[in-house]
Design a protein around this ligand. Structure first.
Ligand code: NDP
Ligand code: 2IT
Length: 451
């Protein structure tokens, strides 16, 4: 009975969201996953219902849209779209990454900003949620073109952000190089050296471990999940997708913890190395991707392993899947294949990499499923630690930052357990993370009145 009523409430709520945000399919998907967990909770806690907290949470506090004109190496004028979604500032300044990718749209960034609100709340640090970016494609662009683009992007964004207002960072297509160009332009325009971005270089205010943090945190979270079954990563076969920032450090940490990572990918295909991607091979990948900006296929040529053009890695037999590339990269068929091959842990480095059908299959099969907003929160958590160090004008050691990151991932796991443990003992991390993330934001919104 209660279930039927909740299903109807979710349907009604989603009908409104879809009508008011037409065509924003990724945003609808992200909202639906959260409201499925939250609506039953709100029914038990009517104070949130009366204050229309959920209705307010799906409306960004502010959306900034702008033109980014720039000149390429041939002297031709190019124009891109720029965005910043300031989603929710109830518990701290807006915080979240910038994505530069040709698929970026308003709806894509609203999904990411919405997820970010609950993720940031889960970290226990005082950060609101935001996300931004552009449809600019950094692939094939020279350093000079990327710099001119970043300078033009910041020439508009600078008036909307600040260390106590909105603090962007990296995401797909935005790494150390881009953060450097963006920071340089912000400093020039404001005449202020301040912690307005995270993921900065070590010499100019960056935190140790921030580059590693998302992938390390994702692996720490997998280990915490395994512990609930008296198990560990030692000896496990892992599939990693992607070969960017998150994938590289997930591979490093999983290997350090005794697992064997046998795949990495990019948007063109994946490599399968049954001997495992050890530290030396990973150093090759890092140089290939971060310096040469080449394709993962080159790994197969160098090490004489198989390359699967146009394919994703989920058909390879494994114990643990670490999706670390992009949204909706594991569909229902992939999920079934993974489980039929013995996979029983999925820890998400990417944001929303599993489709709703894939998630339903994980749940039916009672596998350990750590969704992105819990499992990949280590990145933004360490951004929060970078903000603290900037405010203190201090820098902590590697051990100190890594220790805090590790503890935060354990705490997030505890929160998921607290709100997500079912009667039979199974931990529903989706429910746990969504409710755990929601409560703090909702209580802050209640305290601050109708704003
Ligand atoms: P990078 O740009 O460093 O790497 C992205 C990787 O994913 C590349 O290998 C890229 O391949 C691949 N990829 C991107 N888009 C697609 C696509 N549409 N189809 C197939 N492959 C694709 O990004 P990050 O490693 O920073 O981000 C990866 C994921 O992790 C994203 O979902 C991001 O939102 C999430 N995340 C990142 C955090 C961070 O701190 N950076 C924090 C939390 C989550 P190619 O080079 O061919 O495009
Ligand atoms: O999705 C994410 O959490 C990020 N891209 C990192 C955001 C941040 O502010 O560090």
């Amino acid at each position: 009975m209660a279930n039927q009523m909740h299903d109807q409430l979710v349907k009604d709520f989603m009908a409104q969201v879809i009508a008011k945000n037409q065509g924003e399919v990724e945003f609808h998907q992200a909202v639906e996953e959260v409201v499925e967990s939250i609506i039953p909770f709100i029914e038990e806690n009517p104070k949130y219902k009366a204050a229309k907290i959920l209705e307010r949470c799906v409306e960004p506090e502010r959306v900034i849209l702008f033109r980014i004109p720039w000149v390429d190496d041939k002297g031709e004028v190019q124009v891109n779209k720029g965005y910043r979604i300031e989603m929710n500032s109830a518990i701290g300044p807006y915080k979240g990454g910038l994505r530069f990718h040709p698929t970026v749209t308003l709806g894509m960034l609203k999904f990411l900003a919405f997820e970010q609100v609950f993720k940031n709340s889960l970290t226990t640090l005082p950060m609101g949620g935001g996300k931004g970016g552009s449809d600019f494609d950094p692939k094939g662009k020279s350093d000079n073109e990327v710099m001119h683009f970043c300078q033009s992007f910041m020439s508009e964004l600078f008036r909307h952000i600040g260390p106590n207002t909105d603090v962007p960072a990296g995401d797909i297509g935005v790494g150390g190089r881009e953060i450097g160009f963006l920071f340089g332009q912000y400093k020039r325009l404001r005449n202020e050296f301040t912690g307005v971005l995270t993921g900065k270089g070590r010499e100019w205010g960056g935190s140790l471990i921030r580059p590693e943090a998302t992938g390390y945190g994702q692996v720490y979270f997998a280990e915490e999940m395994l512990k609930t079954r008296g198990d560990s990563l030692k000896g496990k076969i892992c599939l990693v997708s992607g070969s960017g920032n998150v994938a590289q450090y997930a591979t490093e940490k999983a290997t350090e913890m005794g697992a064997k990572v046998v795949t990495m990918s990019d948007s063109a295909g994946f490599i399968y190395d049954p001997d495992g991607i050890d530290a030396e091979k990973l150093a090759y990948v890092m140089h290939l991707k971060n310096v040469k900006r080449g394709r993962i296929k080159e790994y197969a040529d160098k090490y004489g392993v198989e390359y699967f053009e146009g394919k994703r890695p989920w058909g390879i037999k494994c114990d643990v899947a670490l999706p670390s590339a992009t949204q909706n990269e594991i569909d229902g068929d992939d999920a079934r294949t993974l489980i039929n091959n013995g996979c029983f842990v999925v820890s998400e480095g990417a944001n929303m990499p599993s489709t709703p059908e894939a998630i339903a299959i994980y749940m039916e099969n009672r596998i350990l499923y750590g969704l992105g907003k819990a499992a990949n929160a280590g990145g933004v958590a360490t951004s929060g630690l970078e903000m603290s160090q900037n405010s203190l004008r201090l820098s902590w050691t590697r051990e100190e930052v890594d220790g805090r990151l590790h503890q935060i991932m354990k705490d997030i796991h505890e929160t998921c357990k607290k709100y997500g443990t079912e009667e039979d003992g199974y931990i529903d991390y989706v429910k746990g993370a969504n409710i755990g993330g929601f409560v703090k934001v909702a209580d802050a919104m209640l305290a601050q009145g109708v704003v």
